[in-house]
Write a protein that binds this ligand. Structure first.
Ligand code: FNR
Length: 417
């Protein structure tokens, strides 16, 4: 991190802008209209995204002086791994909207920093490819896998066993996207199906997925609702990877059944707490629930023996007008009082933001859009530097606030305004 800081003060131009506003603006200029809408957009009128920012601004850092902060420690322990900083790369699906084979480049970036990358279930590259890339950069580079719970448990089993085989250190189950939120920016452009088509390689690289598709196509006789051109594009993307036998079915005159089959398979709106027991049976890996906002859900997670949660409103992309990640974090930390690991994401874009999350009681912070923007601007180097800048600013904020260790930060470092 110090390298980036000294590069800055010595007048060299960093590979991506060092502030979020400029990073976002430059990325926008580089991305397609549809790609930008999908990545930057939020749910509804954007109230949750705004709330994420406002809630962070309601907490002020109160620096302490004369405390010798020359020796600072950002290292954090998470599920038996020691990370160089309490920061992870959030899972982002449909990354090809920002860069070809995005996940491979983001994996490369995360491995360079030694920070975990949570592979998305909606990745545009198979997890094995991303893991191989990370291994080539740093053997043992930490990686997690994020699961959308399919309507078919066979796919869940297959994805989890692939995740174990490729070296995942934890399984993240995303709870808040059993259906896609109301996203006007994509809806107005009619581009959601196009966006979804950029995030299906994780599925199409899975033989079990194709078994399920084949089964469901055979049974698809009932009347189906209208589909859009975009849905057909989704289908064609699926068809690129399809085994020969199935290709004939998929390119048959009635493609809508296949598209809807994909949408039907990927996520289960009926998911409930009891389903999680299935996962506990399947794997010994730590289980982390993403999208917890209510303290009672956090308590239920404790009861059910879950290992960690990510307090998250999905970057403000799911429920418009929902509680901010920071307000939810405070309630969840108080309810759980150390009984499981608490991560947080949604709107943490600077070192100062991360400092506040840690002081409020988070064990680590996940970063979403910044690494996507860095990727759009400058590939793997851009994704790396977008996050490295946050780490560097965290280090400085720590020292300048009279703190030396992220693990001992408490709310006494903050004042609520
Ligand atoms: C996401 N997010 C997400 N989450 C998840 O569990 N699986 C996924 O496939 C995706 N896909 C995805 C795509 C894009 C383009 C974005 C912006 C986000 C949500 C993500 O993991 C994270 O919760 C938020 O991005 C965090 O908010 P910030 O940092 O983007 O404000």
């Amino acid at each position: 991190q110090n390298e980036i800081y000294s590069a800055g003060i010595h007048g060299r131009t960093p590979s991506v802008p060092t502030d979020f506003a400029t990073l976002e603006r430059r990325a926008r200029a580089r991305m397609s209209r549809r790609g930008w809408a999908y990545v930057a957009g939020g749910a509804g009128e954007g109230r949750t995204m705004a709330a994420n920012r406002e809630a962070l601004d309601r907490w002020a850092i109160v620096p302490r002086m004369l405390r010798d902060t020359s020796d600072r420690d950002l290292a954090t322990d998470l599920f038996g791994q020691t990370l160089p900083a309490p920061i992870l790369f959030s899972p982002v699906g449909a990354g090809a909207l920002a860069h070809d084979r995005a996940d491979v480049h983001i994996g490369h970036a995360a491995a360079e920093l030694g920070l975990p990358y949570i592979f998305s279930n909606q990745g545009c590259a198979p997890m094995e490819d991303v893991a191989a890339e990370m291994e080539s950069v740093r053997p043992g580079a930490p990686r997690w896998f994020q699961l959308y719970w399919s309507t078919d448990d066979r796919l869940v089993r297959s994805l989890v066993s692939r995740a174990e085989a490729m070296g995942a250190a934890a399984i993240v189950v995303t709870l808040d996207t059993t259906m896609l939120g109301w996203r006007p920016q994509d809806l107005n452009l009619g581009s959601l199906p196009f966006a979804r088509a950029e995030g299906i390689d994780q599925y199409t690289s899975d033989p079990t997925f194709w078994e399920i598709v084949a089964e469901r196509l055979k049974g698809a006789t009932k009347e189906k609702p209208e589909i859009s051109i975009g849905a057909i594009k989704t289908l064609l993307s699926i068809a690129r990877n399809v085994p020969g036998e199935l290709r004939r079915n998929l390119t048959a005159p009635e493609p809508r059944a296949a598209v809807e089959t994909f949408l039907d398979i990927y996520s289960r709106p009926s998911l409930n707490w009891d389903d999680l027991a299935v996962l506990r049976e399947l794997t010994d890996l730590p289980i982390v629930l993403k999208g917890v906002l209510h303290p009672d859900d956090a308590l239920e997670a404790v009861e059910r023996g879950v290992d960690g949660i990510i307090v998250s409103n999905h970057g403000g992309r799911q429920v418009d007008g929902s509680i901010s990640s920071t307000d939810a974090l405070v309630d969840v930390v108080d309810a759980v009082s150390g009984r499981l690991k608490i991560l947080v994401d949604s709107g943490f874009y600077t070192g100062s933001d991360v400092f506040k999350a840690l002081a409020l009681g988070a064990d680590a912070v996940c970063i979403g859009r910044p690494h996507m923007y860095g990727l759009a601007l400058n590939g793997a180097d851009g994704a790396r530097d977008a996050v490295a800048n946050i780490v560097a600013e965290l280090d400085l904020t720590l020292g300048l606030s009279g703190q030396s260790d992220v693990r001992t930060l408490t709310r006494s470092a903050l004042k609520r305004l």
